[in-house]
Design a protein around this ligand. Structure first.
Ligand SMILES: [Zn+2]
Length: 129
């Protein structure tokens, strides 16, 4: 059974308890890494200037404490493997829903269950509604 590394556990600990619940279950089935939970002002503005987020601090869901968003990637990560991200997200979203938790994923912002109409892909990103 896969387990989170120290860094992933630390990052996940900055997240809302529902996100912790979901990903502590996900890791039992699929190896993955938690890249980021809470994000401070400096990091948020840096990512904004790089075009990696659309919102300024403190409007992002990563900016709240505890964080209402988390970035998680299947391990080992291959950033060019879109299909693997999609498979992973389907697993995460379904598992969360089974726990009564609805997540929004960065590959389907409008939550219409279509991925071709997604204008800003942020595949690692999952957030609470
Ligand atoms: Zn994110």
């Amino acid at each position: 059974m896969p387990r989170f590394g120290k860094r992933s556990r630390e990052n996940l600990s900055t997240c809302h308890k529902d996100l912790q619940k979901v990903f502590n279950e996900v890791i039992k089935h699929v190896d993955c890494s938690v890249l980021e939970g809470h994000r401070d002002e400096r990091t948020q503005e840096k990512l904004f200037s790089e075009g990696k987020t659309k919102v300024h601090y403190p409007m992002g869901r990563h900016n709240s404490k505890p964080s209402r968003a988390v970035d998680v990637v299947p391990y080992p990560v291959d950033w060019n493997d879109r299909e693997r991200f999609h498979l992973f997200s389907g697993f995460v979203l379904g598992l969360a829903r089974g726990m009564g938790i609805t997540l929004r994923w960065g590959g389907d912002w409008n939550m219409n269950f279509e991925v071709d109409d997604n204008k800003f892909d942020d595949f690692p990103h999952f957030e609470l509604r």
